[in-house]
Design a protein around this ligand. Structure first.
Ligand SMILES: [Zn+2]
Length: 384
């Protein structure tokens, strides 16, 4: 048995590794060193070009009788720290102050990586002849383009006919206190760059030009005022937001020739990418614009209806924290979207997310061992 500080010590070692996407910086090697001696088959999959080399880990412990395959998934990469001067202490030196542990990745999501690893160790030590299979799937490309990370491991598993039953992604989902929220799905994300063409000219001779900003403005207002759907029992309504607008030469006397607008849908299961694209096209055509659109589907929505996994996780949270989590599908996309197509039940659960991607990112030290215990209790429910 590992002691109560095992998760904290591993977490400190992980924070000290400067694993900015896609560099794993030896985080997964630390995990492998601990799990391989316990009988986990650990495979490292290096994916992507030399210029953007992604490290992925698939570590599996097979039980001795039939049962589900349960996966603990997460990412070892972190977002850049930004200007060091803004941090109270070095983001890659784990630092304790007032019951908080500071460091880049403390919340997103090295605490979960450490907790999942120690939970897996304790589980197979206590239950060497468990049912089913326990697997860990870690990537170093979640915060980046996510093209050579989890999705590549899923492709490899699919090619081998591997079947997954339950997956917990360790994203930081708690809001005010550990255990108050579990994500049982995520909205889809659909982005586009809209280019509207006009005719460049002198502002003093507008009759010789065509101002694409003026032409776009009413269409933009109409898009912003559109109700795309009303959401449903599991999802809030689909939202549409502009993130960037670019036009103009910088000169004050030139009507620009084009305007570019970047926008993004966060969509519920009540809308489809095809349907949203068609509605945007119809609206732009109604406004008589000369335009082009380049679409990027960031991820399709997924939903895990309440079942054995959310029940086991909810009971584990209640046992450790004394509260029942709310199930929610809010927030950004996660790697859950890549796992859901080959795994019937995917939920996300991790520590408080108040400081993720921020300066002075931190986690409550008092939450670290309870998080490990929640993962451990969930494994015991599903695999013994
Ligand atoms: Zn994350």
């Amino acid at each position: 048995m590992t002691d109560d500080l095992a998760t904290l010590r591993l977490l400190e070692q992980l924070i000290a590794r400067r694993s900015v996407t896609p560099d794993d910086a030896g985080c997964q090697a630390l995990v492998t060193e601990r799990l391989a001696p316990l009988g986990f088959a650990c495979e490292t999959l290096l994916c992507g070009p030399d210029s953007f080399r992604v490290t992925n880990l698939w570590a599996v412990h097979r039980g001795s009788r039939p049962g589900p395959t349960v996966v603990l998934a997460g990412h070892t990469d972190v977002v850049p720290a930004g200007p060091l001067a803004a941090w109270t202490s070095d983001p890659f030196v784990p630092s304790h102050r007032d019951g908080l542990l500071y460091g880049r990745g403390a919340a997103d999501m090295k605490t979960s990586i450490a907790a999942m690893t120690v939970a897996a160790e304790e589980f197979v030590q206590a239950h060497p002849r468990h049912a089913g299979s326990l697997a860990l799937l870690f990537t170093s490309d979640e915060e980046g383009p996510s093209t050579d990370g989890t999705v590549r491991v899923v492709q490899a598993l699919q090619a081998r006919g591997e079947r997954l039953d339950c997956c917990i992604v360790g994203e930081p989902t708690s809001v005010d206190r550990l255990g108050d929220m579990v994500k049982n799905g995520r909205r889809g994300s659909l982005s586009a760059r809209l280019t509207v063409r006009g005719v460049q000219g002198h502002v003093a001779y507008p009759q010789l030009a065509r101002n694409p900003i003026h032409q776009l403005a009413p269409a933009l207002a109409a898009l912003a005022a559109t109700t795309w759907d009303d959401g449903n029992e599991h999802f809030p309504p689909t939202t549409w937001q502009v993130s960037n607008i670019h036009a103009g030469t910088g000169a004050l006397n030139v009507i620009p020739g084009t305007v570019e607008v970047d926008f993004n849908f966060r969509f519920s299961t009540e809308s489809t990418p095809e349907g949203l694209k068609a509605r945007v096209d119809a609206l732009l055509q109604q406004h008589g614009l000369d335009y082009s659109l380049a679409w990027t589907l960031g991820g399709s929505p997924f939903l895990t209806r309440p079942g054995s996994l959310s029940q086991a996780l909810g009971d584990a949270i209640e046992a450790e924290c004394g509260i029942r989590p709310v199930l929610s599908t809010t927030g950004g996309t996660s790697d859950g979207r890549y796992i859901a197509p080959i795994c019937e039940q995917v939920v996300e659960f991790g520590p408080i997310n108040a400081t993720i991607h921020k300066v002075d990112e931190c986690v409550r030290v008092a939450d670290i061992t309870p998080l490990k215990n929640i993962y451990l209790r969930t494994l015991e429910r599903l695999l013994t």
